[in-house]
Design a protein. Structure first.
Lengths: 88, 522
């Protein structure tokens, strides 16, 4: 399913380029320019595809990695002592 | 607009302050709570914070103004790309940075990049670049608010505000009796400053949630009422088809390459320092799920009405005051809706969209200065929580004053300036991608990439006339309006520099890099 989600995301990138509607000024439902209606539908599809991504491609390994810590909220990061700078 | 509308706006601002102060009830008095709300924000509030923060004057005022000038293609340029790409960035970058931020207690972007690349220099280099890019973003909000309120309040206070002389027609005053932008800017700066100053990021999350709900609801109400005032949505759109059909299409208005390369603009959310800070407030990784799914839909709910209102203004002969497209939404509300309390509520909704971005931006500036500059220069050990809070608050105050003063002399278009601001952040996107997905990325590569991106941005920004619309390779694609967006070039330069310099410099220490790649140590 992860592959399918990837394919769907790539498909959305391609479908964004609706050059076939470039000069079409028809009104859908009597008020919506067809180019705007297409991209409105595109936005809804994007939400659906991301819902599939959340369902089938959720990075649970990262969640577990972060949750395994007992963070206190203070900055306790890696030591970045000045001498490291320029040592490469 | 009548005094009743003004009372509604004042009432809204007072309510906002009340919510900001109410959130303080949960303030734990620590710097971690002030800067990242003790990482306790839930899914709905995170969605509202992220969405409210990304939707500013650029979305409401700028989109309507840009549609008024360039037609429906503006939605595809920004909104539908943003719906796809913002969620992608939340999913691929936001969750990972949240995890790293939680594990190591980060508060700002510079802390992360400094540690990831083992380079204090990179932190000091990034700070001024990020601040320089975010100040125009702040200005967009303040100037946008001023334009809207001026458009709405025309003729309301003729004795107090005489207006400004017409540039061509002698003896004619523009915006006579309207509330001037300096006053609107002053009021919203004071309101935002007040709740950010006392409640920190928790106040901004609460205020953002409230304000995002307000501007989404009022936006839909404005759309419905304006459609009704124009004789219905069908009649309003038909008027556009009859008088200015070019606003219903993209041919001749927006080039195909421009349309495609706009995809690099919304990548900016991956480098926005204020979004980084909001990501860190999430209670868990699962908190992101709602934002990833609902963000494109929320964008659609706000942008579609704005685009339609922008083109309806053209078709129905509503002219932007003084030729300023930024003021068209305010003009429509003022001219077409004659219910004072409703005009006031809609104005409050527009101000809500603007302030919900300003607060996060002010907040992150204070966080960055405290954590990335002051604490680094003085040494972490000397800093008590109380001192961190005081420093953060002082810098927030300073940046509000500076931004407000700059807004008084700033005269660029909101949409164009917004795009330049986003182009800078979008151009830096390869930096964060390399940091979290490419183990081979080196300190020299990162520093070079930031310098190269900043230099490219500066050159192109200057070539645009310092904030105008500008396309690379314009007129070379067989269409007079086509070309490549500058952000694509900045992105390419940044990515190539990062890649090439990293390959030719010594790989980073494996133990350090392992700490930032979950798959290797979980």
């Amino acid at each position: 399913m992860k592959k399918l989600v990837c394919i769907l995301v790539i498909a959305l990138f391609v479908l964004h380029q609706d050059w076939w509607l470039w000069a079409n000024g028809d009104l859908v439902f009597g008020f919506m320019p067809i180019g705007l209606a297409y991209h409105t539908l595109f936005s809804i599809l994007a939400g659906v595809v991301w819902a599939l991504a959340v369902k089938f491609a959720w990075p649970s390994d990262i969640e577990a990695w972060a949750d395994a810590t007992d963070d206190t909220g203070d900055h306790v990061a890696v030591d970045v002592a000045a001498p490291v700078e320029g040592s490469s | 607009m009548s005094v009743v509308a003004l009372y509604v706006i004042i009432g809204y601002l007072v309510l906002l302050l009340f919510i900001g102060f109410a959130s303080q009830h949960f303030f734990r008095g620590t710097s971690a709570d002030y800067f990242v709300a003790s990482r306790s924000i839930g899914p709905f509030m995170l969605l509202m914070s992220l969405f409210g923060t990304t939707m500013t004057a650029f979305a409401l005022v700028g989109s309507t103004g840009k549609a008024y000038a360039s037609g429906i293609g503006v939605y595809g340029l920004m909104a539908s790309w943003s719906g796809l790409i913002h969620s992608a960035v939340f999913f691929l970058v936001g969750i990972r940075l949240w995890a790293i931020g939680k594990k190591y207690g980060y508060v700002t972007q510079c802390q992360f990049f400094r540690d990831r690349f083992q380079s204090p220099t990179l932190g000091f280099l990034l700070f001024p670049v990020l601040v320089a890019l975010i100040i125009p973003y702040l200005l967009i909000g303040i100037v946008g608010a001023g334009a809207v309120v001026r458009g709405l309040s025309g003729g309301m206070f003729p004795e107090a505000f005489a207006g400004i002389p017409h540039p061509v027609r002698e003896g004619v005053m523009l915006h006579a009796g309207a509330i001037p932008p300096w006053l609107t800017g002053l009021v919203i700066c004071v309101v935002v400053l007040t709740y950010v100053f006392f409640g920190g990021v928790r106040s901004t999350a609460w205020a953002n949630t409230f304000q995002t709900i307000v501007f989404m609801i009022t936006g839909v109400i404005a759309f419905v009422l304006i459609a009704k005032a124009l004789g219905g949505a069908s009649a309003a759109s038909q008027a556009v088809a009859d008088t200015s059909p070019k606003h219903l299409i993209r041919e001749g208005m927006i080039g195909k390459w421009q349309f495609f390369t706009y995809l690099f603009v919304p990548l900016s959310v991956g480098m926005f320092p204020h979004l980084f800070q909001h990501w860190l407030t999430a209670r868990s990784a699962k908190t992101f799920r709602l934002s990833v799914i609902a963000h494109p839909i929320c964008i659609m709910i706000v942008w579609v009405p704005c685009i339609l209102m922008g083109i309806w203004a053209v078709g129905n002969g509503i002219e932007a005051p003084g030729g300023n497209a930024n003021a068209i939404l305010g003009k429509m509300v003022g001219q077409l809706l004659h219910t004072p309390w409703l005009s006031g509520l809609l104005t409050a909704g527009i101000l809500a969209a603007i302030m919900s971005s300003l607060d996060s931006q002010f907040m992150c500036m204070g966080s960055m200065f405290t954590n990335d500059i002051a604490m680094r220069l003085k040494g972490d050990a000397e800093w008590s929580d109380r001192r961190k809070l005081m420093t953060g608050r002082s810098f927030v105050l300073a940046i509000v004053v500076v931004t407000y003063l700059l807004s008084l002399v700033w005269n660029k278009g909101i949409f164009e300036m917004g795009v330049w601001c986003f182009s800078g952040f979008g151009g830096l996107f390869p930096l964060v991608i390399a940091a979290i997905y490419w183990r081979r990325a080196t300190r020299a590569g990162a520093i070079s990439a930031v310098i190269a991106a900043a230099a490219t941005w500066l050159v192109l920004f200057a070539k645009s006339g310092y904030g105008g619309e500008y396309l690379l390779f314009e007129n070379t694609f067989g269409d007079a309006h086509d070309g490549i967006m500058p952000v694509a070039a900045i992105f390419a330069v940044c990515a190539l520099t990062m890649f090439i310099v990293s390959l030719f410099t010594r790989p980073p220490d494996a133990d350090t890099v392992d700490q930032f790649f979950p798959s290797k140590r979980s």
